[in-house]
Design a protein around this ligand. Structure first.
Ligand SMILES: CC(C)(COP(=O)(O)OP(=O)(O)OC[C@H]1O[C@@H](n2cnc3c(N)ncnc32)[C@H](O)[C@@H]1OP(=O)(O)O)[C@@H](O)C(=O)NCCC(=O)NCCS
Length: 155
């Protein structure tokens, strides 16, 4: 169900069987695939794709050009800047899928970050711009680089 206060741009494409909460704003050219559940007070700027069965909490925002692969979860009050990709296909030759984990609450993800398949980012952590994350990032830490490495605690 799409809440009556949600704002869906006329150029966004929302598949059937999607839940979108109150005051959530879906910008132009965003695609939300079937089975996705998006909470309230979220904002997706433009050209984002939220794939099948993704679950996103309340108050989470995404800049333009973010792609969230199927079955991933993202928590509450997380801010994702432009160009983030959450991947689920480690091997491009056989196309096999690895289970997608996700992102916690109050996370801040800088521009153009890629989260590799099966890894997760803990609550209150920060990922610097242009990082490739290919390990689990615990709660309350700042990581950056390619591959991303621990920088310091997020106190
Ligand atoms: C990771 C981050 C939060 C760290 O910020 P900070 O604590 O102020 O760290 P500093 O800027 O003091 O940087 C410390 C060192 O790490 C390096 N560094 C910081 N972020 C980096 C990144 N994303 N990639 C590579 N190196 C980075 C700096 O060059 C500096 O190196 P030096 O000590 O050799 O000079 C920040 O650099 C970042 O990436 N912010 C996201 C910006 C962004 O994406 N904005 C989106 C909207 S425009």
């Amino acid at each position: 169900m799409i809440h009556k206060t949600a704002k869906i741009h006329p150029l966004a494409y929302i598949e059937p069987n999607v839940e979108i909460g109150e005051n959530t704003n879906i910008g132009p050219f965003c695609i939300v695939r079937g089975g996705a559940k998006i909470g309230k007070n979220c904002k997706f700027t433009a050209y984002c794709e939220i794939r099948e069965n993704v679950i996103i909490g309340n108050g989470t925002t995404m800049g333009s050009r973010c792609t969230i692969s199927a079955n991933a979860t993202i928590g509450n009050n997380t801010t994702i800047k432009y160009g983030f990709v959450l991947t689920d296909t480690p091997n491009l030759k056989d196309g096999g899928f690895k289970s997608v984990k996700g992102i916690g609450d109050n996370v801040l993800i800088g521009a153009n970050v890629t989260l590799m398949p099966s890894f997760s980012i803990g609550n209150n952590s920060i990922i610097g711009a242009c990082s490739q994350v290919r390990t689990n990032v615990p709660d309350d830490e700042i990581w950056y680089g390619s591959p991303a490495k621990f920088f310091k605690k997020n106190v």
